[in-house]
Design a protein around this ligand. Structure first.
Ligand SMILES: NC(=O)C1=CN([C@@H]2O[C@H](COP(=O)(O)OP(=O)(O)OC[C@H]3O[C@@H](n4cnc5c(N)ncnc54)[C@H](OP(=O)(O)O)[C@@H]3O)[C@@H](O)[C@H]2O)C=CC1
Ligand SMILES: CCCCCC(=O)/C=C/[C@H]1[C@H](O)CC(=O)[C@@H]1CCCCCCC(=O)O
Length: 382
């Protein structure tokens, strides 16, 4: 009886497994034919005073329209970017006139790269590689052609995700921040400090500061591993882990002649300490204030009166700065950055998370320091 039962059981298991395989095969064919896609939607808002979590997003299936109309392009997503400014887009009111809030239950969007599958717009043809600042968080999408820009993969030796990092918005931010707001002068012997130094913008800003002429570049980041990479791989002279305690003392040891240029990605306590060690007539590049993004404060956030006084008394410049303001220089900037990357003068680090279903986790991780270099989400293989 037992043997008979086992034989029957084995037979049923095999049959069922076969049926399952057939179903999986049929389903993936149907997914393509019927235009079934996955999309990551904003499921809940974290609230202005809380940390975002992966569960604020959920991934669901949807179907794409059958065909495209004039002006539209059908794309397959390769890479998506998660960026700190997206924390503001999770709020009902972003607090920034250039940022629209994401809508609950709708696919989020942001920087993305993909391949054209079908086009009824301009000169795009199937096979082109394209990017957009407003790429829907979907495996495939039908978008207006006017939101897309054509990419030139040869600029980055085929490493397409660099267009979301070193040769994209973060790279341009680092480049224009240093060039437009840093007052870096070759031969002046300036010391530059970068906070958020192991991140997308910070890791490039320090290297660009050096290329532009700073004689000493010091990074601040949130782990010993990051600090070690900054010095051994990215050419920083020194790095301090701000979570290791005694930042003021350690920073002073790294910057014995004081700080001339401060590329500020984080704000808060870290920046108060750096600003207290800045020299007369020095410069803050006000790139971002990520330490304050989970608080209900305006941008840029208010400073403690001691820091305000230090800025005033030492005549330190600290203007607002947005990479979007330099659109007329973007093309030249991309050429400069890509040339430095190809020449090996700009070292690039990335943290790649696989799968659209993990995009919420990737965003949460980046906001808490889980990334080294640019945080990328790989949605489908090239
Ligand atoms: N002005 C502009 O036009 C632009 C500004 N930005 C700004 O630049 C900054 C960096 O962005 P990006 O390079 O994309 O992101 P990153 O790749 O640097 O990732 C964010 C990093 O912030 C750090 N961080 C998080 N919380 C804190 C905290 N409380 N204190 C200190 N550090 C913290 C983490 O590193 P760690 O482990 O070191 O804590 C984390 O890895 C952001 O403020 C962003 O808003 C970005 C693009 C354009
Ligand atoms: C209020 C927080 C500001 C944080 C600073 C910051 O990270 C700014 C980032 C922008 C940068 O200037 C270039 C960008 O791509 C970021 C904003 C992107 C705007 C996309 C617009 C999408 C929309 O229509 O809402």
């Amino acid at each position: 009886m037992t043997i008979l039962w086992k034989v029957l059981n084995n037979y049923l298991e095999k049959e069922l497994f076969g049926l399952f395989l057939k179903w999986a095969e049929w389903r993936s064919a149907a997914v393509v034919v019927m235009g079934i896609i996955q999309r990551a939607v904003l499921h809940s808002r974290p609230g202005k005073n809380s940390e975002p979590v992966a569960e604020n997003f959920c991934v669901e299936e949807a179907s794409l329209a059958d065909g495209i109309t004039d002006g539209q392009v059908k794309v397959r997503t390769l890479y998506l970017s998660v960026d700190p400014y997206m924390r503001c887009r999770m709020n009902e009111d972003t607090g920034a006139d250039y940022l629209l809030p994401w809508k609950l239950g709708e696919a989020a969007d942001g920087g993305g790269i993909g391949v054209v599958e079908e086009s009824k717009y301009g000169s795009f043809t199937a096979g082109d590689t394209v990017c957009s600042f407003n790429w829907p968080w979907q495996t495939r999408a039908i978008v207006e052609g006017k939101i897309l820009q054509k990419l030139h993969p040869e600029l980055v030796g085929g490493h397409l995700s660099y267009f979301l990092g070193a040769v994209g918005m973060p790279g341009l931010t680092a480049l224009f921040g240093v060039k437009e707001k840093g007052h870096v002068t070759l031969g002046a012997g300036q010391t530059m400090v970068v906070s958020g130094a192991a991140g997308a913008c910070g890791s490039l800003a320090g290297q660009i500061g050096r290329l532009e002429g700073c004689s000493r570049v010091v990074g601040i980041s949130g782990s010993d591993e990051k600090c070690s990479i900054l010095v051994s791989e990215l050419g920083f002279d020194a790095a301090v882990n701000y979570k290791g305690g005694n930042l003021a003392q350690k920073l002073h040891e790294c910057c014995p002649a004081g700080v001339d240029v401060y590329f500020d990605n984080v704000g808060g306590d870290v920046s108060d300490i750096v600003i207290s060690q800045m020299n007369q007539n020095s410069h803050v590049i006000l790139c971002g204030q990520i330490s304050q993004y989970n608080k209900d404060v305006p941008y840029p956030p208010p400073l403690p009166s001691r820091t305000e006084a230090a800025l005033r008394d030492k005549n330190i410049t600290r203007d607002r700065f947005l990479v979007l303001w330099y659109a007329d220089k973007h093309e030249a900037g991309i050429l400069q950055l890509s040339q430095w990357v190809r020449e090996g003068k700009l070292k690039v680090r990335e943290t790649v998370t696989k799968g659209l279903e993990n995009i919420g986790a990737a965003f949460q991780s980046m906001m808490k320091g889980g990334n080294i270099g640019k945080q990328i989400v790989l949605v489908s293989e090239e």
